[in-house]
Design a protein around this ligand. Structure first.
Ligand code: GDP
Ligand code: MG
Length: 370
């Protein structure tokens, strides 16, 4: 390596930049995240982590997952929270998503035609909230397995007449592992058999303790069916979002994560992207997972064509040469040549990896037969 910034080094070592900065301080070096470090310093830090720094490690420009976004504090602007809904089967996740969408989106929209793109945004009290419509578990497992973190806040839905169930526990452990704040929506309170106190009691076992009992977890009693508590739930999401101080730089090329993708007969490869940083524009050259292209058209969750979208916005795009996978990262580039170059390199890497996988499998099969 010739040089790396503190942020790049942190990424390579899978550490937080703050940790590296602290280590540097211990060495008498005062550094910021964007500071370039020389070879000797990199080696020193690397050794500390038991990593040997080799000469040939250079920043791989095709490695779009590990690009470091170096934003100045003053370039960061508030962005909407991205919310996923998790919980046990039949506890009302889908009904709740529909209920939130209907109270806040359809009413004001002419015709109320919403398009299914795997995510939607609502406007509440002058601020936006993005809801991912993919099953919460998938959002956490597939995406996190691929290094993507898309969720800022999790709504844990627990039916008041059923209580904590296996998938409730699973959801809690996913959210905790990801360090995502949990808001508990105690659903179906309209039911005769509803017992919200029991739900609270059961959840204390998982360190989800309501504020009324001295804890710091927000509980909201709702009925996804009749709309009770939905406004309060939305307010609570906004409260948590404020505490989290979610920010992104909208004034640069976009990057983010694929939420869904499919091959459409008429339109070719169609992908729903969640822009997490920067602004994505029609015409932008883009690398998405192991494919690339140019953003031909963008459609938002209301089925409207849009020319550009900023952070925390889900959008459906066309113009890719192939279908990417959910959880893939994307990054827009200034020129098509770079996007093509990186895209093609990633495609052949992907192909090689698949080929290697196939030959390994056949070898295993062979051994199985012996
Ligand atoms: P999911 O599997 O978590 O997505 O659950 P669904 O949203 O599909 O809901 C499962 C069942 O519970 C459906 O029959 C819903 O109509 C019903 N349901 C959902 N929310 C409520 C609620 O607040 N009150 C009542 N009474 N039923 C509900
Ligand atoms: Mg469902």
């Amino acid at each position: 390596v010739e040089s790396l910034t503190v942020g790049e080094l942190a990424k390579k070592l899978h550490r937080e930049p703050s940790e590296i900065i602290k280590k540097l301080m211990g060495l008498g070096v005062m550094a910021t995240i964007n500071q370039e470090l020389d070879k000797d310093t990199i080696e020193l830090i690397g050794t500390d982590y038991g990593v040997e720094v080799e000469e040939e490690i250079v920043i791989d420009k095709t490695d779009i997952e590990n690009y470091v976004d170096e934003d100045k504090e003053e370039d960061l602007k508030e962005r909407p929270p991205v919310v996923t809904i998790m919980g046990h089967v039949d506890h009302g996740k889908t009904t709740l998503l529909d209920s939130i969408r209907h109270t806040k989106v359809t009413e004001g929209e002419a015709g109320g035609i919403t398009q299914h793109i795997g995510a939607y945004q609502i406007d509440a009290n002058g601020k936006k909230i993005t809801f991912l419509d993919t099953p919460g578990h998938a959002a956490f497992t597939t995406m996190r397995a691929r290094g993507a973190q898309v969720t800022d806040i999790t709504i844990l839905v627990v039916a008041a007449d059923d209580g904590v169930m296996p998938q409730t526990k699973e959801a809690i452990s996913h959210a905790k592992a990801a360090g995502v704040p949990i808001i508990v929506a105690v659903n179906k309170i309209d039911k005769e058999a509803a017992n919200p106190d029991r739900v609270m009691q059961e959840l204390t076992e998982f360190e989800l303790v309501p504020e009324a009992w001295g804890g710091d977890t927000i509980f909201v009693n709702v009925s996804a069916l009749d709309g009770t508590g939905i406004d309060e739930l939305i307010e609570m999401i906004q409260l948590v979002a404020e505490v989290e101080e979610l920010k992104a730089n909208p004034n640069k090329l976009a990057s983010g994560t694929v939420i869904e993708a499919e091959l459409d007969k008429g339109r070719g490869a169609v992908a729903t992207l969640l822009v997490q940083s920067g602004t994505l524009k029609v015409g932008d050259p883009i690398v998405v997972g192991a494919t690339f292209g140019r953003v031909r058209a963008m459609v938002n969750d209301l089925g409207r064509r849009v020319k550009e979208v900023g952070p925390s916005t889900p959008v459906e795009i066309t113009g890719l040469s192939d279908v990417p996978q959910a959880g893939d990262q994307f990054r827009a580039f200034a020129d098509e040549k770079t996007a093509r170059h990186i895209g093609e390199a990633r495609m052949s890497k992907h192909r090689e990896a698949n080929l290697a996988k196939t030959s390994r499998v056949s070898l295993d099969d062979l051994f199985d037969q012996i």
